[in-house]
Design a protein around this ligand. Structure first.
Ligand SMILES: [Zn+2]
Length: 124
């Protein structure tokens, strides 16, 4: 597992900004995300909290070696959003079974703008 420490994340954050990996939610409950890197390769990132420590794991080479990688950084940003949306959703009076449709502009690997449509966090 990789400890989420700001000092260790600086380089990975810069890398994530350059690569702009695409993050998909696999399971918001299990805090599991799929992150697509610069070459279209997808890695699975998981988050956990243990003894108050925020931990992550990634199945890329750096992640397996316990090193902070940009997949973790990219997924961490989405994890924060996803978990806060879930908190809002829990207190909102709307029907919980209604699918959430989210449209947003994203950038593809070549920098081209694409419109991504998500239904309950899944790209469709
Ligand atoms: Zn990784």
């Amino acid at each position: 597992m990789i400890k989420l420490e700001p000092a260790a994340m600086t380089k990975a954050i810069a890398r994530a900004k350059a690569v702009r990996p695409r993050v998909r939610v696999i399971s918001a409950d299990a805090r599991t995300y799929s992150v697509t890197g610069s070459k279209g390769d997808a890695y699975t990132v998981r988050f956990a909290v243990s003894n108050g420590l925020k931990l992550a794991e990634c199945d890329c080479r750096a992640g397996k070696a316990g090193m902070m990688c940009f997949h973790v950084v990219a997924a961490a940003q989405v994890n924060v959003m996803t978990q806060s949306m879930r908190k809002q959703g829990a207190s909102a009076p709307v029907a919980p079974l209604a699918p959430r449709i989210v449209r947003r502009i994203e950038r593809g690997h070549n920098g081209a703008k694409i419109v991504a449509v998500y239904c309950d966090g899944w790209a469709i």
